[in-house]
Design a protein around this ligand. Structure first.
Ligand SMILES: [Zn+2]
Length: 230
């Protein structure tokens, strides 16, 4: 019972609510702007080609991928992957997502330091997030302080990754807005909508970080409570 009913559960609940609010907000904003067609009539794919050409990047390709919200730039293959919706649609939301992924391609091109740091952190973050809970739990059950501490450190690696994700995502979006404005793909009025879409997406990353920090805090509190009891 102790593990499930402890008062620190409230932290998980707060994290859950924050995440839910951010993702609901993002879905709502996306659904509004995926119904508004842009005046230029460019698809996501054409947007990528236009922006990359403008930025002088000729070795990055654009391809459709399965799934929804699967859009991403892959630095290893130098491919902007767009979900089917983004790839062939001409809505403001599609253009926004396409431009945001170009933002990552441009970061890669200019060797943007937070992007490199984030890529370097991937293995450690994966290792940390998969081992943190088992290690912490074993430490708790067996009352081995070193293990609970190790669990907390492992979890911190995943939190650090989410922290570094913020500047990378914010910067990709600000590059996207600048390119959309500079190339004239969106009008000033449409850009205001684009700003809303990208801000809503950015908030989900902030919420994910907040939720992880709360989980980290919970682990620290549980570990401290436990050691005080002994
Ligand atoms: Zn991104």
């Amino acid at each position: 019972m102790y593990y499930y009913m402890d008062p620190t559960m409230i932290l998980l609940l707060i994290g859950f609510v924050i995440t839910l609010l951010a993702s609901t907000g993002m879905k709502r904003t996306f659904s509004v702007y995926s119904k508004i067609e842009s005046d230029s009539g460019l698809t996501g794919e054409q947007t990528v080609r236009r922006i990359l050409a403008q930025a002088g990047i000729h070795d990055v390709q654009v391809r459709p991928v399965n799934g929804s919200l699967t859009d991403h730039y892959d630095p290893r293959t130098k491919i902007v992957n767009l979900s089917a919706d983004t790839y062939s649609r001409t809505s403001i939301a599609a253009v926004c997502v396409a431009a945001h992924e170009c933002g990552h391609a441009i970061q890669h091109q200019v060797n943007y330091a937070p992007l490199n740091f984030r890529s370097a952190l991937v293995p450690a973050a994966n290792f940390g997030s998969s081992l943190a809970w088992p290690v912490f739990f074993i430490g708790l059950v067996a009352s081995i302080r070193q293990l609970t501490t190790a669990g907390i450190i492992l979890f911190s690696l995943a939190v650090l990754f989410q922290l570094v994700t913020l500047p990378v995502e914010f910067n990709a979006s600000s590059r996207a807005l600048k390119m959309l404005e500079g190339t004239g793909i969106l009008s000033a009025e449409e850009n205001a909508g684009a700003r809303k879409v990208l801000r809503a997406a950015a908030l989900t990353y902030v919420a994910a970080l907040a939720s992880s920090v709360l989980q980290l805090l919970r682990l620290v509190m549980i570990a401290n409570n436990r050691s005080r009891r002994r």
